[in-house]
Structure formats: C-alpha cells, structure tokens
Write a protein that binds this ligand. Structure first.
Ligand code: ARG
Ligand code: ZN
Length: 469
C-alpha cells in the first residue's frame, strides 16, 4: 500500500553500477536446449526469474554495517535442475561476487545487467539436485521500478528497509527472482550491537559477541523471493504466542512506537477475524516491522511479518495481513495477475470495515463508482494493467476490489465467502492465476460469470450501469 504520492520520493540512492563483467572463463556456446532461460517468461518483467531449475532453499548469511552501508553476504541455494543444464542464470544486481561454487567446485560465471550466468564445471542432469554458494560484498543499492518507485535494499538513517516487490530481492541476494519459484529460507543476520535484524518466519534466537549481534530466522513455508526481508534498525522487539499457537514478533522503531502501539495491539484480533473469513492463517509465524523510513512511501506484505515505512493505520494492517493469504500463501505466476493480490487485500479492508462498525463495502463501492469516466480509476483493466509501470495503480487496487464486490453481489454473501476460502485453501503454499479464480468462482456458484469478469477485470473505461449485476 502506498502511503503517499510517488512525487516527493527521495531520489534513488546511487546509480546501480553497470555490471562489470567478471569473466572468469568462457562458457562457449552451449548445445541447444541445455541453457537455462534468462527469464521466467513474465511479460512485464522478462528478465525476472530464470528457467531450468527450482530453488528449494536459500541459506542467507549476511553482515551489515549501517555506518558505512557495507554488506557482506553468503548465499547457499539448494536447487534441482528441471532440464539438462550446461549453464543457468541467477538474478543478482550490483554487489561484487568474491566466490562462486556449484556442489563445492569453483564455477565460471559472468554478469550482464541483472543476469548472473553460471557455468558449473559439470553439466547438471535433469532432476539433479545441486547446491550453489555465492559469496559477495559491497554497498547494496535499490532498483528503480517502471513506476519510478524504489525497492530492494533501501538504506535508512539507522539501518536498511528491505522490501523486494517486484524486483528488489536481487539487490541483496542472488535469486531465482520470480514468484513462480517459491522456497524455504534460513537467515543468519549480523549487525552492530544495539541494532536488530528482522527477517521472515520463526525467530530462532540471537547471540552477541565482540560488539555484534547475530539474529537467526527460519521461514519454513515456501516464499517468493520478493517477500523476503532482512530489515535492520534500532528496533524494540516484542514477542508472544497467539491463542492459535502462532509466534508473533513485532519490531518497532522507537520513533514510531507511540503511534504504532494501538494498531499493533489489534494484530491478533485482525488475524483471528481474517482466519474466520479466509480460512486458517497459513504460516506458523506472524508480526510486523514498523520502520522509520519516511522516503519509501509504501508498505509491503513481507511474508509472516509485513514491513511498514511508518506506523500503519488499522486499514493498512488489515490489508498487509490479508496479503498473507492472498499474495504470500497463494502466489502469482505472472505479474499481470497482480489484482489477485491487491484487489483481494483491498477488499479485505472493505469487509473488515463493514463488520467492525465502519462503512459497508457497498458504500465504498458506490463512492468509487461515482467517480467520473475520466478518473484514473478507469484508466486500465485490473487483470491486464498493461505494463510493470501500472501494477500498483488505482485500477489494480480499487477496481480489483470492485470486481470482487460485483462478484459478491452476483452470487450472494455465503457463496462469495466460500469462494474466497476455497481459493485460499486450494492454492495454499502455491500459486493461482486469474483464469483459475474465474473457474473456481463459476464452480462454487454454479453461475455463468464470464460477463461480469469481462466487464470488471478486462474492460476498459467505466462500466455502464447496465453492465452491473
Ligand atoms: N504490495 C504492496 C502493498 O500494496 C505495495 C508494494 C509497492 N512496491 C513498490 N515498489 N512501489 O501492500
Ligand atoms: Zn497490497
């Protein structure tokens, strides 16, 4: 969720250095069909992700010094080849690589933009498990997205705000950087004593020695790379377990503590309400990171532990929490389906309001529908926003939620809630597409809904009243 306008956002820190080719050896032209693709075939982000393998686990060991913004890292990727590979790509932008091995053997690599092209000493057989270790260091810088916003490793006055949607994971670790590929993660994060380093999943503990503190985190359920975080700051950290046995860790910048406290107190009840509406909470850990990062301008649903650039309001907390089901547990296979994340999380805000003494969803819908035909809201269809520059635009959030409200009106409340729950349950820890959602809605309702979806998800311009159900 954007807290403010894109204008006024601080210029992106530094320019990402043009990839200096670290050509250790020449791979030579590989035989046809043995080279992993440089992208996951995403129409909006063609170089995001890679072909030819699946990463099951990332082990990330990082050491960050906020005073000089230096990051040292080691990434150990456990992967499996899905085709015969003489070479494959990772996404990694900026930081200098000091070592790279595949299954313990030094491997040749070369860099070109965000592509890190690895040629292992021995070709990988289809189905073979392999392990890539990359050591690296330098000053990470965020990427600038097509809409002008920044994401990735974003330095703050006391640490770093680390948010990777859609592209920024590759600014701090080498990754198969597309939500199609989901993995488990372990984090070992070292920061100067007095700082905290907060990642995803279960908190395993910390240890201080020689003026440095190391935090360990474990993300067991599969996670898309863009949802990983390793946010650093002088946070106050609070931990407790909910009635449902979920481990909650809240990390709060002291400058935001007074404003955040009343909202964070509601997190357990928000998660309980959402579990009733959407089905069981999908992860074993939860919480929040409330940073003080005034130039960022958005929050992100980092898995298990949403990240806020300042103390959130309740609607934003409800939104990022709803993403744990819609976006995090049920992931995109293509960025153009982004309304499956943002439309759903926005509709969760409307439903929450309606059931907690605020405006009804109908009232919110009506106020939006009253906007004139020339309004930004009608600028493009939510299920086909056209380019990466539009994925966080008003049509995706608001018209996406309006599409769900039209669905609810057409099928009735009980069926609508059954559809939401079936979606979250059947695709849990997996993926979903817009077409799959449409089919599921028709199946659960027994109604023909293609006209409704055509109008609200794919139509351009403001739908006419006669198109309304
Ligand atoms: N998914 C986030 C939210 O709506 C928004 C992320 C925006 N990212 C960006 N690079 N502008 O909760
Ligand atoms: Zn969102």
């Amino acid at each position: 969720v954007r807290s403010t306008t894109v204008l006024g956002r601080r210029a992106v820190v530094g320019a990402v250095p043009v990839a200096v080719a670290a050509l250790l050896a020449t791979a030579g032209p590989a035989a046809a069909g043995t080279t992993g693709a440089s992208g996951a075939a995403d129409p909006y982000f063609p170089l995001a992700g890679n072909g030819g393998y699946h990463v099951s686990h990332y082990g990330l060991t990082l050491d960050y010094r906020p005073s000089n913004r230096h990051l040292d890292g080691r990434a150990v990727l456990t992967a499996r080849a899905t085709e015969h590979l003489t070479r494959f790509d990772l996404d990694f932008k900026g930081l200098k690589i000091t070592g790279l091995t595949v299954d313990g053997h030094k491997a040749a690599f070369r860099r070109s933009g965000q592509e890190l092209v690895v040629t292992p000493r021995h070709a990988l057989r289809k189905g073979q498990r392999f392990c890539v270790t990359v050591t690296y260091g330098g000053t990470p810088a965020p990427v600038t997205d097509p809409d002008g916003s920044a994401d990735g490793w974003i330095p703050t006055d006391d640490g770093a705000f680390v948010a990777g949607e859609p592209q920024g994971a590759m600014t701090w670790f080498p990754a198969n950087n597309h939500p199609k590929d989901k993995s488990a993660y372990d984090f070992t994060l070292t920061v100067p004593e007095g700082h905290a380093a907060i990642a995803n999943g279960v908190y395993l503990g910390r240890r201080t020695a020689h003026g440095k503190t190391t935090y360990r985190w474990h993300q067991a359920e599969p996670m898309a790379a863009y949802l990983a975080t390793a946010t650093v700051g002088k946070f106050k950290v609070q931990q407790y377990t909910t009635r449902d046995g979920v481990q909650v860790v809240n990390a709060v910048d002291p400058r935001e503590a007074a404003a955040a406290a009343p909202v964070l107190k509601k997190l357990p009840s928000v998660l309980e309400w959402e579990s009733k509406v959407f089905g069981p909470y999908p992860f074993r850990a939860a919480g929040s990171i409330v940073d003080h990062a005034p130039d960022v301008g958005y929050a992100l649903e980092t898995q298990t532990r949403p990240l806020y650039d300042s103390a959130p309001d309740l609607a934003t907390l409800v939104h990022e929490s709803a993403h744990q089901w819609f976006g995090d547990s049920v992931s995109l296979t293509s960025w153009k389906d982004i309304w499956l994340n943002e439309g759903f999380a926005t509709y969760a805000e409307w439903l929450y309001s309606e059931q907690h003494g605020g405006d009804s969803a109908q009232k919110t819908f009506d106020a939006l529908y009253a906007r004139p035909a020339g309004d930004d809201l009608w600028a493009y269809p939510p299920a086909d926003p056209g380019s990466g520059a539009n994925i966080f635009g008003t049509p995706v959030y608001a018209r996406g939620a309006m599409a769900l409200h039209e669905l609810r009106t057409a099928v009735g409340d009980r069926t609508f809630l059954r559809i939401l729950r079936a979606w979250a349950t059947e695709h849990r820890d997996g993926h979903g597409t817009t077409a799959q959602f449409e089919r599921l809605a028709q199946r659960e309702s027994g109604k023909k809904l293609d006209g409704l979806f055509r109008t609200w998800l794919y139509g351009t311009g403001k739908p006419a009243r006669s198109d309304r159900s």
